[in-house]
Write a protein that binds this ligand. Structure first.
Ligand SMILES: Nc1ncnc2c1ncn2[C@@H]1O[C@H](COP(=O)(O)OP(=O)(O)OP(=O)(O)O)[C@@H](O)[C@H]1O
Length: 278
């Protein structure tokens, strides 16, 4: 079991120390690769909701770098700011102050239209509730990001990504004809099809049973190890977090700790201390 590092907020220059990938293949340049800086850098990010007595500060002066070609997990007690961090990092929400950069692109100064386009072109999303379009087949769902960005839908590419998630035989099935785990695998294929710079996954296993969750986590892990993708995942589950290279722990809107090469036991132990307020 590895020890949690002392609290300290990693800055953009020193990405949270992903201690090195578990697979040498992952060191080759991957999607959006070739660049050395972090995939996403938050600098002094504060996010406040509401005003006056009703104001809630969800993130407090967060400075953190999310490294490329790694699986970074975000954990913390309920209300600690995990989803807010993910949404700010993905350009779905705007910080009240501070800066967010996706690769070399500063997000905070962009218009809504520019952010929408950036997300389409450079980011993939996986949600707890799958968010597939119910009347489209698996392959049509996977091709959707390409279609929305105006690119030609390369059917071979769609089939290849579906096969990679083990659903080559289910391309013509609609979501209702698939199990939860299979639907989430379609969602992962959809997130990966356009080779995004970062895949953001918000509780991707929250609605799945243990076996399906393991398959989904294995896929996310392999997308990093074998294909060089970058994944940032929010989870409550220490076992899910053990698939990550690095776990960031949030408490009360701050990054209070990181853990590299985490075991489920070490994550659970750190979480219970955080839930007790230490
Ligand atoms: N749109 C909003 N309006 C007002 N307050 C909000 C909003 N979104 C989040 N918050 C508040 O910000 C804080 C952080 O919320 P966030 O959803 O980021 O936490 P979380 O760690 O993801 O929580 P959980 O684990 O319960 O999903 C909470 O106190 C929450 O109530």
């Amino acid at each position: 079991m590895k020890k949690a590092k002392a609290a300290g907020v990693p800055g953009p220059a020193g990405a949270p120390a992903a201690s090195g990938s578990r697979d040498p293949e992952a060191r080759r340049p991957g999607p959006g690769g070739g660049q050395d800086g972090p995939a996403v850098a938050l600098t002094g990010v504060t996010r406040r909701y509401g005003a006056g007595d009703a104001a809630v500060t969800a993130l407090r002066d967060v400075t953190v770098a999310l490294p490329r070609r790694r699986l970074t997990c975000v954990m913390g007690p309920s209300g600690s700011g995990k989803s807010t961090l993910l949404q700010c990092a993905a350009g779905l929400d705007r910080p009240t102050s501070g800066r967010v950069a996706l690769g070399d692109v500063e997000l905070t100064s962009r218009s809504e239209e520019q952010l929408t386009e950036l997300r389409r072109e450079r980011v993939g999303f996986v949600f707890q509730a799958f968010n597939l379009v119910p009347f489209l087949t698996a392959e049509q769902n996977v091709g959707l990001p390409l279609r929305l960005s105006g690119a030609r839908v390369d059917q071979r590419r769609v089939r290849e990504v579906l096969a990679r998630v083990g659903l080559g035989e289910r391309a013509r099935h609609r979501p209702a004809q698939l199990s939860g785990g299979q639907q989430q695998r379609v969602a992962i294929a959809r997130a990966l099809v356009a080779d995004p710079e970062v895949v953001f996954a918000d509780e991707p296993t929250g609605a799945l049973d243990t076996a399906a969750a393991r398959e989904v986590l294995g896929l996310l892990r392999r997308s990093v190890d074998a294909l060089g993708h970058t994944v940032v995942m929010v989870t409550h589950d220490p076992v899910a977090a053990s698939y990550a290279d690095t776990v960031l722990f949030l408490a009360d809107g701050r990054v209070v700790d990181t853990l590299d090469g985490p075991s489920a036991d070490a994550v659970a132990a750190r979480m219970s201390r955080l839930e007790e307020g230490c």
